[in-house]
Design a protein around this ligand. Structure first.
Ligand code: PMP
Length: 416
């Protein structure tokens, strides 16, 4: 509160007056480290290996433009109107077809809630399940946007150790027991089983039922976040957790990586017994997901070879992923290692123990390249000897140049 002398001196700015009005929750809302670095991606003198943007140049823009214009001219009264809070029935039915591609064959459109990107599905899940102080388990490392959401809801976030096959079931079981013994209320396990952001790692098939059984036994609901699942470049597809555990998983999907993130359309497939609360909480935030965008996606799915489009994205990103891995092999010092993703957008690079990659970012920018320091992907920004490189948005040539610029910065830190 401003003091009386301050008021008398007329020094009370609106910012000062309003400071005391913030909720406790607002103190936990922070700017994403990825956002900070994102703006640098626009500087043409820098090679950005930071932002995991999808490459949109191969979209059929003429076709989308014609569909958009026809929608407004022929169906404007519906397309520009409010719609149902759960999403249009047509798109929900089509989303079931999209999920069937990944092996979810029993989805009922009645249990789908269309959301403003899958980001808002994460938010709704927290709203429905988390009281301040409740615990959410996640992979170590995990998606920074999810961490920001969980922290904004004042959840305690507990990262579970992972290896090259994903979350380690024994570590999960151990941590649940320890947390419960310490009085924690564990509500959710958030997981990105395919091509994790940031690590690129996939949870292997053997571990999937193990993780699910541990969670079911402990009465922990699983949030399965799968925006990259259809972008597999090598290896055999693995069934989503949701496929075999329909009552225990909220599955989150998105059109952001298989079509366009600017449309901001994602979804949650929610177990029937949870669906109503989830949908009402989502409706309370947005009233309804954007009608026009949903109808445009419906038209696209109806009239365009979307499976072919995804296949062409797969080829494109597979080439860039290979370019990234080759460039790392060419330039990186011997003591540096990295993951070999089978899909998705990211490679996770590990430096020798004890080197914090955060201070290296400024040096990398001086050298003309941008990355995301590993600290961004764990709660409390714990110092990390890792960093994330994205290969989705730029050509293999640029990736090569970016890695070439990055290597001496890392070498200098290692040799210091
Ligand atoms: N989950 C993960 C793992 C992501 O990487 C992203 C976006 N980068 C999202 C969710 C959010 O996606 P959307 O655009 O659907 O909100």
């Amino acid at each position: 509160m401003p003091s009386e002398p301050e008021i008398a001196l007329g020094r009370v700015t609106p910012a000062l007056r309003h400071e005391s009005l913030f909720s406790e929750r607002a103190a936990n809302i922070k700017q994403s480290a990825v956002r900070d670095v994102f703006d640098l991606s626009l500087d043409p003198s820098l090679v950005s290996l930071a932002g995991g943007n999808p490459y949109l140049q191969s979209l059929p823009l003429d076709k989308l433009g014609a569909m958009a214009s026809e929608l407004i001219i022929e169906h404007g009264m519906t397309a520009l109107q409010y719609g149902g809070g759960q999403g249009t029935p047509e798109l929900r039915a089509q989303i079931c077809e999209v999920m069937a591609e990944e092996g979810i064959l029993d989805a009922d459109p009645a249990n789908i809630v269309v959301t403003t990107g899958s980001q808002s599905a994460q938010d709704v899940a927290c709203k429905v399940f988390c009281d301040p102080g409740d615990t959410i388990l996640c992979e170590d490392p995990t998606y920074v946007g999810a961490l920001n959401t969980f922290e904004a809801y004042q959840a305690r976030v507990e990262p579970i150790p992972t290896d090259e096959h994903g979350m380690i079931p024994a570590e999960l079981a151990k941590r649940i027991a320890e947390l419960r013994a310490a009085g924690a209320t564990i509500k959710l396990l958030y997981t990105i089983p395919n091509f994790n952001n940031p690590s690129g790692i996939t949870l292997c098939a053997e571990r999937r039922p193990q993780i699910m059984e541990i969670c079911r036994e402990a009465n922990i609901l699983v949030l399965e976040d799968n925006p990259y699942g259809m972008l597999r470049y090598t290896g055999d597809p693995i069934l989503p957790l949701r496929a075999d555990y329909p009552d225990d998983v909220i599955y989150m999907g998105s059109f952001s990586k298989i079509l366009a993130p600017g449309l901001r359309i994602g979804w949650a497939l929610v177990p029937e017994h949870l669906q109503r609360r989830f949908y009402l909480a989502s409706e309370a935030v947005t009233l309804c997901p954007p009608t026009f965008n949903q109808m445009l996606i419906s038209e696209y799915l109806k009239h365009h070879d979307w499976r072919g489009q995804i296949a062409s994205y797969r080829d494109l990103y597979a080439g860039r992923c290979a370019g990234m891995l080759d460039s790392l092999a060419e330039f990186m010092p011997e003591s540096v290692s990295w993951t070999r993703p089978e899909g998705g957008f990211f490679v996770w690079v590990t430096l020798p123990e004890g080197i914090d990659t955060y201070p290296l970012l400024a040096k990398a920018i001086d050298a003309g390249v941008v990355f995301i320091p590993g600290a961004a992907f764990s709660p409390a920004d714990t110092p990390s000897n890792k960093l994330r490189l994205a290969f989705s948005a730029i050509s293999a040539d640029k990736i090569h140049e970016g890695v070439r610029r990055l290597a001496p910065v890392l070498r200098e830190a290692i040799e210091a």
